[in-house]
Design a protein around this ligand. Structure first.
Ligand code: DGY
Length: 322
């Protein structure tokens, strides 16, 4: 019997699956700090972690019994997987099952920003709605616009397909390699970052957070974007510089921004972005559908069980058993 710690409550599918496989499962309610998490992690063979748990070299070197860490997210920048590989710890994630949920959330943000949803809703909730307004709330029509997808992985491609097939949009994308099948399906064009910025009416971020993508969207990048364009980020907040984004919105160089991720998280309630009607901000809910979260819980549990048997994981980040 192995001991598994889930660092925060997730759908019970995970616990049920692991218990059926004979493991002992403890569910925590989050931890005050990383030190407290480490103390508990030292006692177990496997962890199911949240994207907010920082699993760095120090943590990994001290949690001596860990054989597998299964992240309840597709992004795994919170875990030093290279170091984990050196220690022989398997790292899992939850690809595929949250692709549609996250792409749909990116679309939600895009529609909401394009149609001034924040100021329109405030107008109603603050009792300022006087009657039908011929000159107010004029937004951006999305049909046949050009969207630039930064990082055409699963989620980026899913969003591009919705935009192309649903809204007749032209698709530009950046990715480490050309995606031939994706290009056939959406007539997408592989371009460099600068061209993507200068030609897109909407730029949507779907790349992982790495040393190369950290603060990729800085002052320079926002200035390169077309005047009146829209910025969407559902990937990781550290990819954009919040101050530079604020300037780009405040000066009306950008029409608006939709963020599901902020830098840092949670966002400070004093963030100047919150003052702007053109910035619509969600609390990192990309994968938050009943279906996606249930399936993520099951994938996480399978990853743990497989890792404990030295078998390749379903969502395998470091492939140590393949
Ligand atoms: C993840 O799982 O990494 C994403 O942030 C989902 O929103």
């Amino acid at each position: 019997m192995s001991n598994v710690l889930i660092t925060k409550e997730i759908p019970s599918t995970a616990k049920n699956y692991l218990e059926e496989k004979g493991h002992k499962v403890k569910i925590a309610c989050g931890f005050e700090d990383n030190k407290a998490l480490l103390e508990e992690a030292k006692k177990v063979d496997a962890l199911i972690t949240m994207l907010s748990d920082k699993i760095d070299q120090d943590f990994l070197s001290h949690a001596k019994n860990l054989k597998v860490i299964s992240n309840y997210a597709v992004g795994h920048n919170n875990i030093d997987s290279n170091f984990a590989t050196k220690l022989g710890i398997a790292i899992g994630n939850t690809p595929d099952v949250l692709t549609n949920a996250t792409a749909e959330l990116a679309m939600t943000l895009l529609f909401a920003v394009a149609r001034n949803a924040k100021s329109a809703m405030r107008n109603v909730s603050e009792g300022k709605w006087q009657g039908w307004e011929p000159m107010g709330f004029h937004g951006v029509e999305l049909n046949a616009k050009t969207i630039g997808i930064v990082g055409a992985g699963r989620i980026g491609q899913a969003m591009a397909k919705m935009c192309h097939h649903g809204l007749n949009m032209n698709i530009l994308y950046t990715a480490r390699s050309k995606k031939t099948e994706f290009e056939k399906q959406t007539k997408a064009q592989h371009v460099d970052f600068e061209n993507l910025l200068s030609q897109s009416d909407i730029v949507s971020v779907h790349c992982p957070l790495t040393e190369q993508t950290e603060l990729l969207f800085n002052d320079w990048a926002f200035k390169k974007m077309k005047k009146g364009s829209i910025f969407i980020n559902t990937a990781r907040g550290e990819v954009h510089d919040e101050g530079a984004l604020y300037d780009a919105l405040k000066s009306a160089h950008l029409f608006g921004a939709g963020l599901d991720v902020t830098n840092p998280e949670p966002m400070s309630p004093n963030s100047k972005l919150l003052e702007l009607d053109s910035a619509i901000i969600f609390p990192h809910i990309g994968s938050a559908t009943v279906k996606a979260r249930e399936e993520m819980a099951l994938v996480c549990a399978k990853n743990v069980d497989l890792g404990l048997q030295n078998k390749p994981l379903v969502g395998d980040v470091n492939n140590i058993y393949s």
